[in-house]
Ligand binder design. Structure first.
Ligand code: SF4
Length: 471
């Protein structure tokens, strides 16, 4: 039986893609191993969003070279966004790689591995670029790959990602995704619902719907259109699924109707990740994000009005082309005004093939990017800690994910270990419990709060009034 090892970097889409590829390979007789040394086939699922993610993969490829040279039958494959973006370049930089597969061609992996095994040489399977045909032809070349699920590949058995959309048509000037993952396409609702039912049968209690701009989801079938709100309503009816989250959102599509739907459906988590990217209109214009800060604030105030209990998080890029100190201070001000639950902050790096790489100068020095990154993070972290402290004394409901990292190192026979769970608003809570609690919904009284973690204890007595929603 062939043995496969998979190394995954990047976003939740990649985690899900790896789960699908492994399920497919298992069906073709592969078993999964924990180390590239033990594997007959080593797969790297890659990301192109930042230079750093690509560097990590080229470095990992450098490390596997000696193993390939001493055992030429070991197959090395590169899949995902970097595969689609770099294509033949990967064979040039790492000539011992056997297979390069873009995210729209993952269904071909078992067949490609068979061809390599038969001695047919290197295999390249990538989708069409955005200029290589009609919109429909290009879309068809980026296939969704969601036929199979493998519970063992998930972060936990009772939480799963569910893709509802692939690709993106927003073309932000810094981003490779519209090229690597192709045109925006909503998956048919019937497929999504059937997959949600399968996940529930497998014991999954929480699903996170995935899309690059997930709240732009639309599926047209003749005269009828399913939008994000109607999809949430249908998923809400799936027995066994108790919590529904969705990421990542596009600010302009966070409509009144969608927010009202989230408010009215108890299974929908009031957690909204809505990247702002910058607090400056001038920078947003160069990024071609399609909104101004006034638009973003209008959306934010809509969330505050309809879903006052919601936790909102964001992404920011610092040091984008032409970002002045004044522009940067506007990002600081936006975080201070919105008090995001958390923000993912990145230093801009040029991505070949993007509009920014062709038209804009990467003119903010590295040390300035680092300083702005640290400064913005400090502001965000201080706010997160202050807001978490406000939860001390309240009781929150968590879905228990399992033992914490600290508990993983503890005595495996210990009765009491540190467990970790998540609130509907995606806050991480640790508490002393036992391993059997994994997968359960529990009420936890919060005793202390750090920047990214709440510390609590299992609520054992009835409380007269608990404010579970604001957690
Ligand atoms: S919305 Fe912009 S940043 Fe997000 S995937 Fe699409 S192009 Fe990239």
């Amino acid at each position: 039986m062939s043995k496969v090892f998979i190394h995954t970097v990047g976003c939740q889409m990649n985690v899900l893609d790896s789960e699908m590829v492994i399920a497919d390979l298992k069906r073709h007789g592969y078993t999964v191993v924990d180390s590239p040394t033990d594997a007959d086939c080593v797969l790297y699922n890659t990301c192109s969003v930042r230079e750093h993610a690509e560097d990590k993969i080229y470095s990992a490829l450098g490390k596997i070279r000696a193993a390939k040279e001493s055992d030429p039958s070991k197959m090395i494959g590169v899949m995902g966004c970097m595969a689609q973006k770099d294509q033949e370049t990967i064979f040039k930089r790492a000539p011992y790689v056997d297979m390069v597969v873009g995210p729209g061609q993952l269904h071909t992996i078992p067949e490609l591995l068979q061809r390599i095994g038969r001695g047919e040489g290197r295999q390249l399977a990538v989708s069409l670029s955005r200029t290589e045909g009609s919109q429909a032809t290009i879309a068809r070349s980026h296939e969704t790959f969601d036929p199979l699920r493998d519970p063992t590949m998930r972060p936990t058995p009772f939480q799963a990602y569910l893709r509802i959309q692939i690709g993106c048509d927003k073309f932000c000037t810094y981003c490779v995704v519209p090229n690597t993952r192709g045109p925006e396409q909503g998956r048919p609702p019937a497929q999504i619902l059937s997959e949600a039912r399968t996940l529930a049968e497998q014991g999954c209690r929480e699903i996170t719907l995935l899309g690059q701009t997930v709240n732009s989801y639309r599926y047209r079938d003749g005269d009828s259109t399913t939008d994000m709100s109607s999809l949430l309503e249908a998923l809400h009816e799936v027995d066994g699924i108790d919590r529904i989250k969705f990421v990542t959102n596009y600010p302009k599509d966070m409509t009144e109707r969608l927010l009202t739907t989230v408010r009215d459906l108890p299974k929908c988590s009031p957690y909204l990740h809505v990247p702002a990217q910058s607090g400056s209109d001038a920078v947003l214009k160069r990024m071609k994000r399609g909104y101004t800060i006034a638009d973003y604030m209008e959306m934010f105030e809509r969330i505050e009005r309809i879903l006052p209990e919601a936790a909102v998080s964001s992404d920011f890029i610092v040091g984008f082309c032409g970002e002045t100190e004044e522009d940067f201070q506007k990002s600081v001000a936006l975080i201070e005004r919105c008090r995001f639950k958390n923000s993912f902050i990145f230093q801009y790096s040029v991505r070949p093939g993007t509009q920014a790489s062709k038209r804009l100068e990467d003119d903010v020095p590295h040390d300035v990017k680092v300083r702005r990154n640290n400064e913005l993070l400090a502001v965000q972290d201080a706010i997160a800690k202050e807001d978490n402290k406000k939860l001390v004394g309240s009781v929150v409901e968590v879905l228990v994910e399992g033992p914490s990292k600290k508990a993983a190192k503890a005595d495996p026979d210990a009765n009491v270990v540190q467990m970790v769970g998540r609130t509907p608003c995606d806050r991480i809570v640790v508490f002393d419990g036992n391993r059997r609690q994994a997968g359960q919904f529990m009420k936890i009284a919060i005793d202390d709060a750090l920047v990214h973690t709440l510390i609590g204890r299992v609520q054992t007595v009835d409380v007269v009034s608990i404010d579970l929603a604001r957690s």
